[in-house]
Design a protein around this ligand. Structure first.
Ligand code: ZN
Length: 535
């Protein structure tokens, strides 16, 4: 009933302000604002907080980068913020090929506006764009990434990264660790949500593969890599389709799988690996299995083929504890490039260690949208008998409702063990695993293939997103002090120092648990245009 009411309000406002309703308020700063998205815009000029308060939102009226009205609405569920502005939405969904987009030139302003409303309580600010099924824009292709992590501060030593903080430039007093942008609102459930959060802690450890684990057996985790216990050589796989010869190996992200990724392992379908848990401060180094590192002589790196195939000259076993106690031995020319660490000075026992580290994190979830888009419905797929083809029509679930349910699930301190079957190829059936035979092929039941944050940490850490009202700045005077309003010539545009940004294109189809959102053609296109991720 509430959603119908809201939709009516939206329609009345849209039709009631025709004199101002046709113009998109984007300025010439926004060279990237697209023509095709302007059809969905409704001007916010004639709106006020009372429009939203009548729908039980807590509303704050601030200014966007054009000094136009921008609404900040706290959801009735008290666990995310809607940022409602045509110009802001256009900027954050703009095409990167046309110039810098929202993440690059608007994230600090957006954060400062948020900190004019909220206390400095958040480890992560995570910004999503609401998807518009009507325009069907590929927001990931337009952004140029499937997720991006802008590192804001680090207070942990030992993980390969210096301590630093640029939190004040975001309006944070020092708490904020990362500013993350996900171009599509459903990336929270499919991934790469766990992956982007993890970039807070890695990979700064190894020089190898610019930010991810690459072809290395440090664990089949959120940043790729393989589980060292799955490694097979010519001695193990002697016959059949997957047989190996000298210089060939096979490995997988887990004992259930038959392959792995070099920078991700299927979005949220895998938990954090033991090494990743150590980096996060959740377990001691003694609980991290020895790494198995494929080595290639000369300047080339080991290559990964299909079905987990690795081409390498040899495998070296390396102990994390050994690296931590002798970091300088792993940061010199005699160390094979495959496991050279990034910095002996910043590598060693983690401080704080797993007994005193932070375990409970808070994220401020932000959905950038427009007034019009808030009232729109998700489209359901149906068989169109006239066209004799699949078609879509307005459905019954709001995209906002879908976002709501996925963030709620992601932040729960419990899991749902969503099992699935993986084909047995070269991997042995794990002890105790259920199998089924379909068309003569054996499938292994994986006990869980969709992890939320708590599950991915093995129940060792939590991510709180709710109780936002308790984090509101209560004193009006402190809010005035914190109020950041864009001045003419403000440095909040085009001033970004692009340090420590992890940008993740999907150049590996295994990145996602479900690719149903992406036709293969669009993935191919992204492969060609976004092959580099050396950020
Ligand atoms: Zn990444």
């Amino acid at each position: 009933m509430k959603s119908i009411f809201h939709f009516l309000i939206a329609s009345l406002i849209f039709f009631g302000c025709s004199e101002g309703g046709s113009s998109n308020s984007s300025s010439d700063d926004q060279t990237t604002a697209s023509d095709d998205s302007s059809t969905t815009s409704t001007t916010t000029t004639n709106l006020s907080c009372s429009n939203y308060q009548s729908n039980n939102f807590t509303c704050f009226k601030l200014a966007d980068s054009d000094n136009q009205t921008e609404f900040y609405l706290i959801s009735t569920t008290n666990d995310y913020v809607l940022v409602v502005s045509d110009a802001t939405y256009a900027l954050w969904t703009a095409d990167i090929s046309q110039g810098d987009t929202g993440f690059y030139k608007d994230r600090r302003r957006l954060a400062k506006n948020l900190y004019s409303i909220f206390e400095d309580h958040f480890d992560f600010i995570i910004v999503f764009n609401q998807y518009d099924y009507e325009t069907n824009l590929n927001l990931s292709a337009r952004a140029g990434y499937s997720g991006i992590n802008g590192s804001v501060s680090n207070s942990v030593s030992g993980i390969g990264l210096s301590k630093f903080s640029s939190a004040s430039s975001y309006g944070s007093g020092g708490k904020l660790g990362s500013f993350i942008h996900m171009p599509l609102h459903y990336y929270v459930s499919s991934g790469p949500m766990l992956h982007e959060i993890f970039h807070q802690w890695g990979n700064y450890f190894f020089k190898y593969d610019s930010g991810h684990w690459g072809v290395s057996g440090v664990g089949g985790g959120q940043l790729g890599g393989f589980d060292p216990s799955t490694l097979m050589s010519k001695d193990n796989l002697t016959t059949g389709e997957y047989a190996l010869t000298t210089g060939q190996y096979r490995a997988a992200s887990s004992k259930y799988n038959s392959s792995f990724g070099t920078f991700a392992n299927g979005g949220n379908s895998v938990p954090y690996s033991p090494f990743e848990k150590w980096l996060m401060g959740l377990i001691p180094p003694s609980e991290v299995p020895n790494f198995k590192i494929p080595i290639k002589s000369g300047v080339t790196y080991p290559q990964k083929g299909s079905n987990g195939l690795i081409e390498a000259d040899s495998i070296v076993e390396v102990s994390l504890s050994n690296i931590l106690s002798n970091p300088s031995q792993y940061d010199n020319d005699s160390t094979p490039k495959e496991y050279r660490i990034r910095s002996a000075a910043y590598t060693g026992p983690r401080n704080p260690d797993h007994t005193t580290s932070q375990k409970n994190f808070r994220a401020l979830m932000v959905l950038v949208t427009t007034h019009t888009l808030m009232g729109k419905y998700k489209h359901d797929t149906f068989w169109n008998t006239d066209k004799n083809a699949w078609d879509s029509k307005p459905g019954t679930t709001k995209t906002i409702d879908a976002f709501q349910s996925s963030i709620t699930k992601f932040a729960k301190n419990s899991g749902d063990n969503l099992s699935a079957y993986a084909e047995q190829k070269w991997q042995p059936v794990p002890a105790g695993a259920e199998t089924t035979v379909i068309s003569g092929k054996i499938y292994i039941k994986q006990p869980d293939t969709n992890y939320n944050f708590w599950e991915a940490t093995g129940g060792l850490a939590t991510l709180q997103i709710d109780n936002l009202s308790e984090s509101l700045i209560t004193s009006s005077s402190s809010r005035v002090i914190a109020w950041i309003k864009k001045q003419s010539g403000s440095p909040n545009l085009n001033e970004e120092a692009l340090i420590r940004i992890q940008r993740d294109p999907f150049d590996d189809p295994s990145f996602y648990l479900s690719r149903s959102h992406f036709p293969s053609a669009s993935i191919k296109q992204l492969n060609m245009t976004n092959g580099s991720f050396n950020y």
